[in-house]
Design a protein around this ligand. Structure first.
Ligand code: SAJ
Length: 434
């Protein structure tokens, strides 16, 4: 198959870099986003998301004149759907009285439907969005077949999950192995031909449902492993053990690799995707469901730690450092740090927030401060919620120059105890204060 023109639907963290890769490899690309603000930002040479190296890649793609952006798709040889699949609001009591979440497929449905007027015989349609098993066969194919064309016969349809790590998207997009699941073998081959244009990693072909399941298994595996680390932290707290030392020692075993505990699991992937398996088979996905709940409860343990460190919280002022869902990114989606801030506010504490990657973020009821100096002024405690490099590298000297506060609470093992205690700070750490 020849791909002269590719239409990428959804210009977020996945769609935009993917569109740029095709454009810089000589393919004409139409990048589509239904958000007019995204389109106008890109048309004016701006960028609506932060990802290392992305600005330069977009500029290079624009220079080639191969990348054009618009609000609606046009006829093309291939269509790539890279829109978000968040979950719907928590439903209480849907499964044995426990919280239960369902995939919100509205964006996938809308993007697929928007291709209908322009799809032609011989096209390739790729779904990249993380989706519940059987989405390609039971949601995407039926929508596209309203065109009168048949999936796997008149047009190719594949599911190919993105697997890139925010913070390293550009490198991983090109170098990671890629799984291509076709509704037929011919579809998988067409998908492989498309991604071979820029992917340097191995490309594996399979069927569409296996590819959907593979993606969910990867993120669920990580979620379950973080849940055990978080549960170990609670046990360490109960038994008077420093979890960081214990994990370090356990990980010296050749077949043990315990992940890092922290304030919880966020982002639009790992905190969401396991639900897609739970919703499909709640009777079977018990460990997965439990792990989700363990990770979702973690902000409450941070609240307890703050209580232990400060006593009664009503009327206290706390500087919260970091708000994104993980270190060195600006993405606030599903961030456990936000949940911690909200829990603290509910106790009557005042929370001053500094997020160096998004200092001007606007969040309902949350006061963001533009810099460290204004954040740390007149506070009772400094709470480290995200291990951003620039926050972990703060020194006692620098903090002492900005504030009189000497109470530090570290939820991410970002600050080394002895460095701070020697300088007269009182450091409380998640998992090491029995
Ligand atoms: N986290 C911990 N402890 C750890 C590691 C992570 O608490 O030891 C937390 C992070 O702070 C964050 C959350 O988990 O809140 C998720 O972060 P992450 O770095 O594990 O993953 P994501 O969500 O940024 O990206 C994941 C990746 N999947 C896997 O590593 C299996 C990535 O490859 C996927 O492409 C991405 O999900 C996605 O888009 O699905």
């Amino acid at each position: 198959m020849k791909f002269n023109k590719v239409c990428v639907l959804g210009l977020g963290y996945i769609g935009l870099p993917t569109a740029c890769e095709f454009a810089t490899h000589g393919v004409q690309v139409l990048g589509v986003d239904i958000n007019p603000a995204v389109i106008s930002t890109l048309k004016n040479g701006g960028l609506h998301i932060h990802e290392p190296g992305l600005r330069a890649l977009v500029q290079t793609a624009v220079k080639t004149k191969n990348l054009v952006v618009a609000e609606k798709p046009e006829p093309a040889d291939a269509f790539i759907i890279a829109v978000p699949t968040p979950f719907l609001e928590t439903k209480h009591g849907d499964f044995k009285g426990k919280d239960f979440k369902l995939a919100d497929m509205a964006a996938v449905e809308a993007a697929t439907t928007s291709i209908l007027p322009v799809i032609r015989r011989g096209n390739l349609v790729v779904l990249e969005s993380t989706s519940p098993p059987r989405t390609s066969l039971e949601l995407v194919a039926p929508i596209l077949e309203r065109s009168g064309l048949k999936a796997g016969v008149d047009f190719h349809l594949v599911y190919s999950p993105e697997r890139v790590l925010p913070g390293q998207i550009l490198k991983e997009l090109v170098e990671n192995a890629r799984v291509i699941g076709g509704v037929t073998q011919a579809s998988a081959k067409a998908g492989k031909a498309l991604y071979s244009i820029f992917v340097k990693g191995d490309i594996f072909m399979t069927d569409a449902t296996t590819a959907e399941m593979v993606k969910l298994m990867e993120n669920t595996y990580r979620d379950v492993n973080i849940a055990i680390a978080n549960e170990f932290t609670r046990l360490a707290d109960r038994f008077g053990v420093d979890i960081w030392e214990a994990i370090n020692l356990a990980n010296r075993h050749p077949r043990v690799k315990i992940l890092n505990p922290g304030p919880g699991v966020g982002g639009h992937c790992i905190s969401v995707d396991p639900w897609f398996l739970v919703q499909g088979a709640p009777d079977l996905a018990r460990l997965i469901h439990q792990s989700r709940q363990v990770n979702d409860e973690q902000p409450h343990f941070v609240l307890e730690l703050v209580r232990k460190s400060l006593g009664k919280l009503k009327g206290k002022t706390i500087a919260a450092l970091g708000l994104s869902y993980k270190p060195n990114v600006d993405d606030l989606r599903e961030s456990p740090a936000i949940e911690v801030v909200r829990l603290l506010q509910r106790t009557g504490a005042r929370v001053k927030v500094f997020e160096p990657f998004k200092p001007d973020a606007v969040l309902d009821g949350v006061s963001l401060f533009p810099d460290l100096k204004s954040t740390l002024k007149d506070v009772d405690a400094i709470l480290l919620l995200v291990a951003h490099d620039q926050l972990c590298s703060l020194t006692p000297k620098r903090i002492a120059a900005l504030t009189d506060c000497r109470v530090l609470i570290d939820t991410v093992n970002g600050w080394k105890g002895s460095t701070w205690t020697k300088a007269g700070f009182n450091l409380f750490k998640l998992g090491s204060n029995s």
